[in-house]
Design a protein around this ligand. Sequence first.
Ligand code: BDR
Ligand code: CA
Length: 313
Amino acid sequence: MVDQRKIIIDTDPGHDDAVAIFTALGSRELRTLGITAVAGNVPLELTARNSMALCECAGRADIPVFAGCDRPLKRALVTAEEVHGRTGLDGVSFPMPQMQLQPQHAIDFLIDTLRNEPEGTVTLCPLGPLTNVATAMLRAPDIVDRIEQIVLMGGAYFEVGNVTPTAEFNIYVDPEAAKIVFGSGVQLTVLPLDVTHKALTTPKRLDAFRDLGTKQGQVVADLLATYNRHDTAKYGSEGGPLHDPCVIAYLLNPELFSGRLVNVEIETESELTMGMTVVDWWKVTNRSENAMFISEVDADGFFELITEKLACL
Ligand code: BDR
Ligand code: CA
């Protein structure tokens, strides 16, 4: 019996979120206690529905899915239909899910789970704006010390921003929430654009997904072929960055990645640099280290790992 790490995936699917969810569900090393949907790439109604559609597609309708916050803490919601399409998962037409959304609110699920599971045994995996996680922390500060660690996709530093010149989407959408999470004192690992822009969905890598000959392999290849169109045009690269699965891959094999333990502060005041992750990479301040900021990945090893886990669905 594999020793399973307990995780909660907080997500806004989203093409790359979809691949992250499939990878987690294909991994015996991880036990997904639940999926909490948040507004982000598309509105909450769609991210919740997409989360269920993905569980069903993975043959895992047993995973409880909860709807969370439908807007950022203090701002109007900014979405990313230009990247993910109107449905959030353009490129594949998923049937309307048969499974039901859990009646409990995602925030209550997060709080109850962290209180009920033994302290330090649940890892949070945020793949979207940090609204749900920050709201749970605000509402129940006692849960903060009970979180094993948070491994999240968000931020950018040397790679600069993808939604403004200085900000990455997940942090930009809810910078106040990000500030709470980064200031919480929880052990934090950050997978920013600096690393995800090195994990590109090249045609060869998409072929490897398709060549699995499984329904999920085909779905991933089709989703990413659509998703690639936007990013290859934007970046002039051979493929799009596969952001969110970096979180799951990091949990499965951290040796594929490297980074630096640094101080990261979130900009919440300046209109020009709103949502910037200000990283003290060269330790030029005496601000205390609060995050492992990942910057490098063995991209071939990463894609091999994802392909291997998709094959297990
Ligand atoms: C992040 O933004 C979203 O569009 C992706 O799903 C990913 O979580 C990348 O900036
Ligand atoms: Ca996402």
